[in-house]
Design a protein around this ligand. Structure first.
Ligand code: ADP
Length: 688
């Protein structure tokens, strides 16, 4: 083998050489003073191989030894010299370093032996001689360098390196002690050889970081079981003892980890520590030490008590929910919002729909709901997004009968799945009653309409006859009689106004609303014109700070609402600067002063009309919506019949909305109203 082939051989066999040197180091006990990580061994082989290559580049032949050679400047020897210095700094003796170097030399020699065995290998004598002479040069170079150091230089070098090593150790110790997860290191016999502060704290709450290191004698890794029964556990009593004596609750987890050959993830365990139950995830890893000096297992624990508690709470709430679901008398369904499948039905639902449980679980909600499947899907989307939780449907029973139902629905997580719950109330009877009530209200409206219509005729007659009397017999009637006739005419006018109000009110109940999409800003502009004509002598301003949305409503009726509320805002206002503000709130959050059930059912947007008028005492705030109810004398504040707010309320309720107010006497009043309820089939609002 020529020297070119030797270069290739060395380069191609780095791993082989590493394995060889490890074998020798372990066999001859050098490993206990050497590095543990594979990378350190690889670096020393690759350093020596590079030196051999550098020698080849430099000499191109076997480098013989001459008495005048300068071994310190030889490219072949540089790596050896540096390594020798490093080892010396660490306190390694020349004899030990030289001894180990002999085994490095042997490895390269063995590589050639191994290749020579192959049979057809050419003569190896030149390559052998090259290895021998090269190692001779390296050894001479570092022995020379070593011998050249004065004692005091060596001591200074050692002290310096000792300081660096101590700093390095301190840094690693600080890191180890600062790790918030408990870490416990076990030897082959499963005795604790080290543990960090987080681990000691599990048995000794008052322990101090670093105590396990500084308070324990140097034999701690080798001491026998230091734990005695009944003795307080502290860090120094724990080191050296079997881990199951210090951490009995870890035993099962460690046994489980050790019994499986394959890599397993974390194993869970729990312990009562200081009367509190705590949960941990335990992981085990083997120390990365190819020198096999430290055959240890590192246990790292991660506390998962919070997660466990959350899981437990979730399980408990699911358990509670299940019992609520099963035992409830209300009809309840669980639906998969993705496809509408009925995932569960409680016994009350089985009884109500008359399907057996199994059949219900094969059905989709669209087989029960009578609206088209696309609409069911849309409604489920609303419920899922919590945009609405109350729905009105017709549900078909197994018997074919359809029933009116009110459904409360919303998202729920069951066993990790996002589902929809539905609580179903049968409102068929209520609907029937509502229809009957509507019918009778309509009849009442018809009656009021006919009666007021018919009453107007004779009333006009009376008023006319009073006028005739004045005109035809004026001369014969004295002043007192004339005054009485005037009062008669005035009373007729008032009666006429009252009947007119009653007519308007009853007409409202008899005609259908004509829905359109209406830009409310236009309605406000029209109302403003009407008010300017009606109140020529009043100075008032109307402001709309935020442009109003478009809504589906009957524009004529809602126009009446605005005119009515705004004319009250002008009438019941004694300030020289009367101010009206029209606005709206489109998302929940405003603290309305409303009782619970009403507050829950607010459908946004909520419109508002505020004034800076006389205000309404709270005890009258209900009454003012009663027909013909006025809070003032007949002719005070411009007069009126007391029917305006009753009509406003009826218009709003016919739109499905509600009206309420907040007022403070002397400061002003705000009327709020909505134009739809949560019922999906109520008119919707669109923003322009
Ligand atoms: P009318 O105005 O014809 O009396 P309404 O039904 O419109 O009848 O109003 C009923 C009563 O409510 C009024 O008489 C008045 O006392 C009170 N009211 C209505 N709006 C306001 C307001 N903005 N400020 C103060 N009081 C009001």
């Amino acid at each position: 083998m020529d020297l070119v082939s030797l270069r290739k051989l060395i380069a191609a066999n780095e791993d082989w050489l590493i394995q060889r040197i490890l074998h020798h180091a372990k066999k001859h006990d050098y490993a206990k003073y050497t590095s543990t990580l594979a990378e350190a061994w690889r670096l020393s082989i690759s350093g020596l191989s590079s030196s051999l290559e550098a020698g080849l580049d430099h000499y191109g032949a076997v480098p013989e030894l001459n008495p005048d050679d300068d071994f310190q400047k030889d490219p072949l020897t540089q790596f050896g010299i540096v390594e020798a210095r490093r080892h010396r700094e660490r306190g390694v003796s020349l004899s030990m370093f030289l001894g180990l170097m002999k085994y490095y030399r042997q490895c390269y020699r063995e590589l050639l032996d191994d290749k020579e065995k192959d049979g057809n290998a050419p003569a190896f004598s030149e390559a052998r001689l090259y290895i021998e002479r090269s190692f001779d040069r390296i050894e001479i170079a570092f022995c020379q360098e070593w011998a050249g150091k004065e004692n005091h230089q060596q001591i200074a070098e050692l002290q310096d390196s000792n300081r660096r090593i101590t700093n390095e150790k301190t840094a690693y110790l600080t890191v180890f002690e600062s790790i918030s997860d408990p870490v416990i290191i076990l030897n082959k016999e499963h005795q604790i050889i080290n543990l960090n502060h987080a681990a000691i704290s599990l048995i000794d709450e008052g322990s101090i970081p670093g105590a396990s290191y500084y308070q324990v004698d140097d034999n701690r890794y080798f001491s026998t079981n230091a734990l005695e029964n009944g003795r307080n556990l502290t860090c120094d009593s724990v080191i050296g003892c079997a881990f199951e004596s210090a951490f009995p609750w870890l035993e099962k987890a460690v046994r489980k980890i050790s019994s499986t050959k394959k890599q397993i993830g974390a194993v869970e365990c729990n312990a009562v520590i200081n009367q509190k139950q705590r949960f941990f995830e335990v992981k085990a890893s083997q120390m990365l030490d190819i020198s096999e000096k430290y055959i240890s297992t590192i246990l790292s624990l991660r506390e998962i008590t919070k997660r466990k508690k959350a899981q437990e709470d979730l399980r408990e709430s699911e358990r509670r929910y299940k019992s609520l679901f099963r035992n409830n008398h209300a009809v309840m369904l669980l639906i998969d919002p993705e496809n509408g499948r009925i995932m569960d039905a409680n016994p009350a639902a089985v009884h109500y729909y008359r399907y057996d449980h199994h059949t219900l679980l094969t059905m989709k909600i669209s087989e029960i709901n009578t609206i088209p499947p696309d609409e069911v899907k849309q409604e489920m989307k609303f419920a899922r997004q919590q945009k609405r939780n109350q729905f009105f449907f017709k549900h078909r029973l197994a018997t074919g009968e359809t029933r009116d139902v009110e459904v409360y629905s919303g998202p729920i997580t069951v066993e990790g799945r996002q589902l929809l719950y539905s609580i179903v109330h049968d409102i068929t009877d209520r609907k029937k009653m509502e229809r009957a009530l509507q019918e009778s209200n309509r009849e009442l409206d018809d009656f009021a309409y006919i009666a007021s219509h018919d009453l107007r005729e004779p009333l006009r007659g009376i008023a006319n006859y009073a006028t005739f009397l004045m005109e035809d017999y004026g001369d014969e009637i004295d002043d007192e009689g004339k005054a009485k006739l005037e009062t008669l005419k005035r009373l007729c006018k008032r009666e006429e106004d009252l009947i007119q109000s009653l007519l308007s009110y009853s007409r409202l109940g008899r005609t259908d609303l004509k829905y359109n999409t209406v830009n409310l800003n236009d309605l406000i502009a029209e109302a403003k014109e009407t008010l300017e004509l009606s109140f020529p002598d009043h100075a008032f301003t109307i402001s709309v700070p935020k442009s109003l949305p478009s809504v589906k409503c009957d524009p004529v009726r809602i126009g009446e609402v605005f005119v009515n509320l705004m004319s009250n805002a002008i009438k019941y206002n004694e300030r020289s600067e009367k101010h009206i503000e029209v606005g709206y709130i489109d998302t929940p959050g405003h603290p309305f002063n409303l009782p619970e059930p009403q507050a829950e059912n607010i459908a946004y947007p909520v419109f508002s009309i505020s004034d800076n008028g006389i205000g309404i005492p709270s005890k009258h705030q209900e009454k003012i919506f009663t027909i013909f109810k006025r809070l003032h004398g007949r002719d005070k504040f411009g007069g009126g019949t007391g029917a305006g707010l009753t009509i406003v309320k009826k218009i709003i309720e016919r739109h499905g909305g509600m009206i309420w107010l907040e007022s403070s006497v002397g400061q002003g009043t705000t009327f709020y109203f909505t134009l739809s309820n949560q019922n999906p089939r109520s008119p919707a609002c669109t923003h322009s």
